[in-house]
Design a protein around this ligand. Structure first.
Ligand code: SAM
Length: 341
């Protein structure tokens, strides 16, 4: 792959280093906010190259902080970079970058969890879902506590083709705790196979493209990071509503060491659990003695399709929650006990 130096004609002029910016604006990382910064521009260049060719791209960077990745994105020849940063202390340092890259960097002081990117870039960038992905990319190194809920939200957006995916199959490159990156990309049968693996892989092509050792960050976090690249699929591997898939997958992985029928059984009220679970597994042609980690995305497709039919036949089924049934049952038992006393 070409280096970022050859990708575009634009280069940032000489600027203070990220370390100097941190000193200048007193940007000490706030541990409670899990702020860990990347200061080595060779590393941020390498990360940004992994996003693919960004020439003339519109890039949405989430959580730029002191701006290491931001500089590498600007040097990659982008048409426009929009950054959303929650912590106001970083805005003056980012403003300095914006002054050095006239017309290229837009700064929003805001929260990535609520920011509406679907209105931020030109309409002309929009592509049909089946077309090649639009020249819009999301890049971010966020705190782990934000990146995991955010990817679930964005996967739901992929399934609905809204939010950042109103432009088409927008590609994303995000950093996670290494263990989460491994779960997102885990193959059938592997130890890390989990709910996240299925939710990500039924909607996207997912690649764990780089591991960043903890020492690369300042201050050094407890764990290493994994950079994951997502390209939404033209056709999802499961064609059912996101919430339904989420429910089936969540239940299946409830008891990850047991046979899959145990967790899947929790989709049904206790009174007819055995019968309904048997019907689900038989119609979906899934061996009840497979462990959840051994189920393929195609198994989940069959399970979701059959569960959907069962929900259509029984309008109360989708709302059923086994925890709620357990809670009601133990309340009744407590009431009986107190009547006896
Ligand atoms: N991207 C920078 C880097 O790699 O050096 C900073 C990384 S630091 C782990 C995460 C950054 O995300 C911080 O600047 C933090 O203030 C910002 N951040 C945290 N939560 C955010 C949110 N909900 N919306 C926008 N920015 C957020």
């Amino acid at each position: 792959m070409a280096s970022s130096r050859t990708l575009g004609t634009f280069r940032l002029p000489p600027l203070p280093t990220i370390r100097e910016i941190i000193k200048l604006f007193r940007l000490q990382a706030v541990k409670q906010l899990s702020q860990n910064f990347l200061l080595d521009l060779r590393l941020t260049d390498k990360i940004v190259r992994k996003a693919g060719n960004l020439t003339n791209a519109y890039v949405y960077e989430v959580g730029p902080g002191p701006g290491g990745i931001t500089r590498s994105i600007l040097n990659a020849g982008v048409a426009e970079l929009l950054v959303v940063e929650k912590d106001s202390r970083f805005i003056p340092g980012l403003q300095m970058l914006s002054d050095a890259a006239p017309g290229k960097l837009r700064i929003v002081h805001g929260d990535v969890l609520t920011f509406k990117i679907e209105r931020a870039f030109p309409e002309s960038l929009k592509r049909q879902w089946e077309d090649d992905p639009p020249n819009v990319h999301i890049i971010g190194n966020l705190p782990f506590s934000v990146s995991t809920p955010l990817i679930i939200k964005w996967l739901e957006n992929v399934s609905q083709r809204n939010g950042p995916f109103a432009y088409g199959r927008t590609r994303m490159m995000l950093t996670f705790q290494k263990e989460v990156a491994e779960r997102l990309t885990a193959t059938t049968g592997s130890k890390q196979r989990s709910r996240l693996s299925i939710m990500a892989q039924y909607l996207c092509d997912v690649q764990h493209i780089l591991t960043i050792p903890g020492q690369a960050f300042v201050p050094k976090p407890e764990v290493d990071s994994g950079v994951v690249h997502f390209t939404p699929l033209t056709r999802p591997r499961i064609e059912q509503p996101f919430k339904l898939v989420e429910k089936v997958v969540q239940n299946a992985f409830q008891f990850r060491r047991k046979y899959c029928h145990r967790g899947l059984g929790m989709l049904f009220p206790e009174a007819r659990r055995l019968e309904s679970t048997g019907k689900l597994l038989e119609l979906a042609d899934v061996d009840p003695t497979l462990r959840p980690t051994q189920l393929t995305v195609s198994h989940f497709k069959s399970l979701c399709d059959v569960y959907r039919k069962m929900c259509d036949e029984d309008p109360h089924l989708f709302a059923y929650n086994f925890r709620e049934e357990l809670r009601q049952k133990s309340k009744k038992d407590d009431d009986k006990q107190s009547c006896r006393l």
